[in-house]
Design a protein around this ligand. Structure first.
Ligand SMILES: CC(C)=CCC/C(C)=C/CC/C(C)=C/COP(=O)(O)OP(=O)(O)O
Length: 283
């Protein structure tokens, strides 16, 4: 049985496997792995490459498994580029790549790096059909992966964790959970029809919006508190002001436009925080 569900041959197989690489979802965790490393100061390329590849393999695993479950087990999707065998082969391949990176990190950095990175694969592999059936784990899975990517990226360079890395991980876990609630609200009607329990389906779109903006506000307050505690430098408030302004506009938009604004706002937020920490302009 071929890898592609449509045609046999190497080129269709490669195209089908490549179709499951979603840059919009995959670039942020990979960037966060690198960002964690940059945050640590000195950057060892081999350890950085092993961690970044492991994070890519984890997110790829999540997408392959989610696509397989949605199409072959739940009959939710109309089409899927990979055959059943293709899904299983891709899962085995991404898991083998992840395991090879774990072995490399163990040898190069130590057990701590493995213990901080392994949960990304566990969360990814169990996203569907286990974690995506509960509104809390369906919402926090991807943000948790991002937070772990920052922590692991830092650890593989520094050999330890520091308050600044934990602070970044916590802020992004809370902020992106808020963004994910708005993102999921876009599919409210469809998710309700298939009884997919997102936050919007579980508590209703209005309360989901309130919860989402409360989570984002909590992340911004956390940055201010961590600035007051000197974990973040004073100029970090610029990131709070930047994201706060975007969130203010998004609040008046529909779920689709709000998601687009908030995702871009998250990139600006990360960039402003990075500039604040890296250059410490008012230090
Ligand atoms: C390192 C890292 C970031 C790990 C986290 C991995 C993780 C949990 C990714 C989720 C990616 C995914 C399949 C999103 C779509 O699911 P959905 O259920 O929201 O949407 P869908 O099933 O309707 O497509």
């Amino acid at each position: 049985m071929p890898i592609s569900r449509r045609e046999s041959g190497i080129a269709p197989a490669v195209r089908a496997l490549a179709s499951q690489v979603h840059p919009v979802f995959m670039l942020p965790p990979v960037a966060c792995s690198l960002f964690g490393g940059v945050l640590a100061g000195a950057f060892a390329p081999l350890a950085g490459a092993l961690h970044t590849t492991a994070i890519f393999a984890a997110v790829y695993t999540a997408h392959i498994k989610d696509g397989y479950v949605d199409f072959y087990l739940r009959d939710e999707d109309d089409d899927h580029p990979l055959s059943e065998r293709g899904c299983k082969a891709a899962l085995a391949g991404s898991t083998a790549l992840f395991a090879a990176c774990m072995a490399g990190l163990w040898l190069r950095v130590g057990l701590g790096a493995v213990l901080l990175t392994l949960p990304t694969w566990l969360v990814a592999y169990h996203h569907a059909p286990q974690l995506d059936t509960n509104p809390v784990t369906a919402t926090t899975g991807y943000p948790l992966g991002i937070a772990l990517a920052i922590l692991g990226g830092y650890f593989v360079q520094a050999g330890t964790l520091a308050p600044i890395a934990v602070a970044f991980a916590a802020v992004f876990l809370v902020l992106l959970s808020g963004v994910k609630v708005i993102d999921d609200a876009q599919d409210f009607d469809y998710d309700k029809s298939i009884q997919k329990r997102t936050v919007a389906v579980t508590v209703g779109p209005r309360r989901a919006r309130t919860a989402a903006y409360a989570l984002m506000a909590t992340a911004l307050v956390l940055v201010v508190a961590l600035t007051a505690l000197s974990v973040f430098p004073p100029s970090s408030v610029a990131a709070v002001a930047g994201f706060g302004a975007v969130a203010g506009v998004a609040r008046r938009a529909d779920a689709e436009l709000a998601t687009m604004l908030l995702v871009r706002g998250s990139y600006v937020f990360l960039a402003l925080l990075l500039v604040a920490v890296w250059f410490r302009p008012f230090a």
